[in-house]
Write a protein that binds this ligand. Sequence first.
Ligand code: G4P
Length: 533
Amino acid sequence: MSLAVPTDVAAPVEASRRRTFAIISHPDAGKTTLTEKFLLYAGAVAEAGAVKARDGRRRATSDWMALEQQRGISITSTVLQFTYRDHVVNLLDTPGHRDFSEDTYRVLAAADAAIMVLDVAKGVEAQTLKLFEVCRARTLPVLTFLNKYDRPGRDPLELLDEIEVRIGLRPTPVTWPVGVAGDFRGVVDRRDGSFVRYQRTARGATAAPEERLDPERAATEEGDVWRQAREAIALLDEVDATLDVASFLAGESSPLFVGSALTNFGVRHLLDAVVDLAPPATPRSDDNGLPRPLDAPFSGFVFKIQANMDPAHRDHVAFVRVCSGRFLRGMTLVHGPTGRPFSTKYAASVFGAERDTIDVAYPGDVVGLVNASGLQIGDTLYDDDPVAFPPIATFAPELFVSARPRDTGRHKQFHRGLTQLEREGVVQVLRDPDGDPVPVLAAVGAMQFEVFAHRLAHEFGAQVDLSPAPYKAARRTDRQTVEHLRQVPGTRVLTRADGSLLALFDSPYRVQRLEQDHPDWHLEPVLGVGVRS
Ligand code: G4P
């Protein structure tokens, strides 16, 4: 069947209905529970628990997932699409392990907003800070959810200060809790002063029944806890900590919601905010800084690649964020970097290892292209009118190890796996141009090495020995400087897959000294968060 040339007039309308966001949080803050409750409130599941059930099946189907199971973590990023109030919500899942990895950063490159979930007992934790840096670098609007208010925690006013001081984001509470931790009654919506009182349901499996009370009735029925809530709100009014959409969209303030994902209190307010406050898909700038109009022919970029999601099929899925136009399954696109045609016969929406064929997608949506072995992270795909989107930031590696095959007889498998996992961005692979065959792996988080070793063994049949490499800092350099660096102890120059030269140093102080003593040497900080190559 031949497909008609797409007319993309529908794209801007569909884009305005899209909300594409990621949830960022420290492990255990409640991201999975909140995701389930969004599905519940959107009517996508009748009872909470479905995500875990799907998760369980997914784990059963892949031996790669065995690592997740052992560690009780989620390594893969998945995309969940559901409709709510006539909007299409795309929730991009970020890996939820204690360590951070480059994967999470890349997912944020495909999102238009983020929800930061904080445990009210713990406040801002290290991982949240790091993730938030990425949001700030991308000026990604962030909604904040103070979760677990149903149990003892810290004073929420104190947490507002912490968010402002540690993250540098001005929290503007939209809802405020009524009741003390442990006896949480409901939330006040500061926009109209209404009080929504909830009832708990068994295990929070179904939506919490809500009752809307006017202030007089709330004062009579809730007494002290109502007065306390009013006092806190008066304080917030005084310091003008009030919803400000312009500064939210500029990534400077964060509308804040209080609730409990477990009991569902406050979940609906948050989900409403995704629709009412979070931005729709808007035109993306290309690498000349020019926005690609939403109604231009199809374009999108690859933000994640995952191979062997299903070992029965040994496949390779590229996740593409749609930026303009209409995607129709079967259309032949152009692969930007090579100019070659790319067939999209096997397009899917992917949730874990579960797939549904996708026929049409619009800006903001994510398409999983199966058997996309020619694609790399950051590649642009387009139809008709050429465009290239800027590359996705790579990150300054902080950890380095040397990688040797345990069994030299499996050299071929080792190198095949190394190349594949490098392409997927599991780790960065640094090679010695002068011939030392032992590559150095570089990463942002140690978990990346674990995933690398596990996948190499299970998917490629090659055990690897990783030994710490004595480097603490890296700089990009050039051929001329390499000649000087040869004389410097504790230094080594390796190449990355993109051909760039990377100088590794045994101490950050050595770099500082070299930079001071030799301002003419080319020692450029390796790309950091949000900086584009
Ligand atoms: P994560 O994805 O961010 O890692 O967190 P997850 O949702 O898995 O939640 C971590 C734990 O915190 C779970 O308990 C979950 O039930 C609990 N939790 C999440 N939200 C709330 C909340 O609003 N209030 C309270 N009190 N607990 C919450 P668990 O015991 O580890 O797992 P489970 O046996 O409950 O599944």
